[in-house]
Design a protein around this ligand. Structure first.
Ligand SMILES: O=C(O)C1=C[C@@H](OP(=O)(O)O)[C@@H](O)[C@H](O)C1
Ligand SMILES: C=C(OP(=O)(O)O)C(=O)O
Length: 432
């Protein structure tokens, strides 16, 4: 079995790194670039498995895409230029690719079959299938179209006015992308704001997106024009090292050129609330996305409560935040985060079981967890990544506060979002 030994890291973390490009933005660059007229270039593209899946899927629908390391060139086929794929589309492990793609295929009058790996095949798709059917797409699959494999036949769509029943940027984006193909104006209402990279990038491609309070309107039939995109560093990847540094006394690390879109910076707010010493410097905008440098120092921390509107702003960071909370003084309560149960694995259960095995005091609740912090050393041993990149990275970061070695099962899943994660961990935690 794929296993890795991770030795305890007794040294503080010091140094400067550039985390890889943002996963959400990299996916969207390929998708919008494929639907655009003309050429799109992408710099600092995330070469993680999920984003490579997005490239492969669009290539198999006839889009010329050339990838050289983290630079990508897409010769867009226009809104109606995707061809039928001879083979079923393999979505691997990527929820974002699957759900956003369904939005695009809903308006493409071809037939497609979509399948994924065992984890993706358990994740609910009815959250996008229901509104897309309402717009006119024909979709079927296991559990009446809730689970992959799915087949979809797109056609001319009618616009809808849709209130998001879950706080999900993937669902919002799928509907907005389908809205490009509808004969009229589609409106999405999001009661709680989620990441808005789709809206920002559509505007960069020349599409008019009207935002009015919690409503987002998009009119069908607009042309996307190819652009040059530079992807900011992924704050969800940066979070692992922000937390690693926070956990270890005398650490001081800087993460350069990280995306600071306010719909993604919940991690900064939480670490601030926990008393972590940090400086954030917004240095520039790349396109419409703010970018800057984050410096974090290690030291004592205290517990906090995470709930409500904050949750979508740090949804993917909750596993690593839970590890930090297990080392903070007092209690941390995470609630309103039931969505964690529908990720690559049930992340509430996976985090609670892992932290318990490490010796932490933590209990799962229906929509989150309650963590009682302590500074006792964590237990080493053999841990599962649950085939979930974010759980795997959480376990690896625990090595900075663990006095025994850790064996991590299936560490290779980490390349889903952070292919050079261990190089960065080694670089930051080497002896000074
Ligand atoms: O839109 C996106 O790029 C993403 C949205 C979030 O999922 P949900 O929309 O399901 O919350 C997040 O967890 C995922 O990693 C990426
Ligand atoms: C949930 C995630 O991704 P996706 O939904 O795209 O699989 C993630 O990256 O943590």
């Amino acid at each position: 079995m794929d296993q890795m030994e991770i030795k305890p890291r007794p040294h503080s973390l010091n140094g400067t790194i550039h985390v890889p490009g943002d996963k959400s933005i990299s996916h969207r660059a390929i998708m919008l670039g494929s639907l655009a007229e003309g050429r799109t270039t992408v710099k600092r593209f995330l070469t993680g498995e999920d984003c490579l899946t997005t490239i492969k899927v669009f290539q198999s629908m006839g889009v010329p895409i050339e990838q050289n390391d983290d630079e990508v060139r897409i010769d867009g086929k226009g809104l109606h230029g995707l061809s039928e794929s001879v083979t079923p589309l393999n979505l691997g492990n990527s929820g974002t690719t699957t759900r956003l793609l369904l939005g695009i295929l809903a308006g493409t009058p071809n037939h497609y079959t979509l399948f994924g790996d065992p984890s993706l095949s358990k994740r609910p798709m009815n959250r996008v299938v229901d509104p897309l059917r309402e717009m006119g797409a024909l979709i079927d699959g296991r559990e009446h179209g809730n689970l992959l494999p799915l087949s979809i036949r797109g056609q001319g769509l009618k616009p809808i006015h849709y209130r998001l029943p879950v706080n999900s940027a993937q669902v919002k984006s799928a509907i907005l992308l389908a809205g490009l193909f509808a004969n009229g104006t589609t409106t999405v209402m999001e009661p709680v704001k989620t990441r808005d990279h789709t809206e920002r990038m559509l505007e960069a491609f020349g599409v008019k997106v009207k935002r009015e309070g919690d409503l987002i309107h998009i009119s069908g039939g607009q042309t996307l024009t190819g652009v040059d995109i530079e992807v900011p560093g992924d704050i969800s990847s940066a979070a692992f090292f922000m937390c690693a540094a926070a956990l270890k006394e005398n650490s001081e690390i800087t993460l350069k050129d990280v995306g600071l879109n306010p719909t993604r910076t919940g991690i900064v707010d939480v670490l601030n609330n926990m008393g972590v010493s940090m400086t954030i410097n917004t240095t520039r905008h790349i396109g419409d996305e703010p970018v800057g440098d984050i410096t974090v120092k290690g030291g004592p921390m205290h517990g906090t409560t995470l709930s409500g509107d904050l949750i979508p702003r740090l949804i993917d960071e909750l596993p690593i935040i839970a590890l930090v909370a297990s080392r903070a003084e007092g209690k941390t309560i995470i609630k309103d985060a039931e969505e964690l149960r529908y990720k690559e694995t049930d992340r509430i259960q996976a985090v609670v079981d892992t932290l318990k095995q490490m010796g932490a005091k933590v209990e799962a609740t229906k929509d989150g967890m309650i963590i009682e912090g302590s500074t006792n050393p964590l237990n080493g041993g053999t841990y599962s990544s649950y085939h979930d990149h974010r759980i795997g990275m959480m376990v690896a970061v625990a090595s900075v506060v663990c006095e025994e070695k850790i064996i991590l099962d299936n560490p290779s899943c980490i390349s889903i979002s952070y292919p050079n994660f261990f190089d960065h961990l080694d670089a930051l935690s080497k002896p000074n």
